[in-house]
Ligand binder design. Sequence first.
Ligand SMILES: Cc1cc2nc3c(=O)[nH]c(=O)nc-3n(C[C@H](O)[C@H](O)[C@H](O)COP(=O)(O)OP(=O)(O)OC[C@H]3O[C@@H](n4cnc5c(N)ncnc54)[C@H](O)[C@@H]3O)c2cc1C
Length: 378
Amino acid sequence: MAMNRIIIIGGGIGGAATALALSRASFEPVVYERTKELREVGAGIALWANATHILNQLGLLKAAKQVGYLTTNYQFNSQRGKELVNVAINEFELPVIGIHRAELHQLLWRNVPSERFILGETFERFEHKNNQVHAYFASGLGVEGKALIGADGLRSRVRAAILGDESPTYRNFKTWRGLTDYIPSGYRPGYIQEFLGGGKGFGFMMLGEGKMYWYAAATAIEAQPDAAIGRKKELEMMYKDWFLSIPELITATDEANILTMDLYDRPPTQSWSQQNITLLGDAAHPMLPTMGQGACTALEDAYVVAKCLKEQADPIAAFQQYESLRFPRTKSIVEQSLQSSKMGKLSNPFAVGLRNTFMKVMGSAISSSFKSLHAYRA
Ligand SMILES: Cc1cc2nc3c(=O)[nH]c(=O)nc-3n(C[C@H](O)[C@H](O)[C@H](O)COP(=O)(O)OP(=O)(O)OC[C@H]3O[C@@H](n4cnc5c(N)ncnc54)[C@H](O)[C@@H]3O)c2cc1C
């Protein structure tokens, strides 16, 4: 088996999707995941048409529609709820689905035999030996495969081993994410509703099974701790005079269901393959979540890397082809995501007013830039 084994480090959305795409293409992927169970955080994701295309190719679109929620519009508003831009996102042959991350993750790994996931193994290092790659884990385990794919996220150990590069770049934003069953009074069915104010923003959308997912972002120093009053109270204060649905949603959410995270990316300057080793998802091209494309591009990567391995007998050639297909697309999305975060950083009221006017005027340009991102079919 070692001759055909493809080692995948990390069983997040990227690693699980890669295992599925490779099993469908008759390879023998084995995922090594450091946690003791396969799990995802309690938050949502919008799967744009470029990502539902991948689910369709993997035969999972119908199941995703069943557990997710069909989304039709992406609306940007001022903090008080005045519409600035309304983008129809349902004009493709494929739907846009709001889905719980854990539901998406399960759809991917449940369709792969469970023996292909080895849990509780933390990757440490690798060696090349006779065209094979040997991976070594903290437990002392050593395994051999014909190729290795690092899907081990933002602080990828595989990336550090092949590129020796530095920590990701903090982009001066902190986020909060929440889940609740409460449907706020101002919710418009089918809409992702986003609200932009001075140095902060808020958005919410429906996932499947009546769950509302909301997210907030604000400028902050790195590793800023929760306020002494707790994160829920802090958010209630931050958004108290915003569009009514926002304080309603925060109040309706259990504090235990509010996650916070600092936001990082990496300037997309370095290539990410070395011989028969490559990277995928956040390990390869971490991006800010402003375009909502991190997990969507990880799905694209998974599908393309499996296709290249199928087309090229030699994994070195396959990974070169994979990277040449994926580098330009992901580079541009990393850059666009950073660019749009700059619009959210404005804090003085005059600049915010200008930004809001600009967004109104640029409505059709914003809409067409979304469309070209979502129109891509890997
Ligand atoms: C606030 C926020 C909102 C977001 N919203 C969206 C959205 O709406 N749409 C969207 O598409 N994307 C969104 N994203 C981005 C998305 O979450 C990520 O791009 C995606 O989860 C990346 O998946 P991954 O599998 O590459 O990495 P990860 O999900 O980080 O998975 C990496 C896995 O590798 C494992 N691992 C790490 N190190 C090791 C090791 N040494 N050995 C073994 N295993 C290891 C980890 O335990 C983990 O399971 C958002 C991100 C944030 C922070």
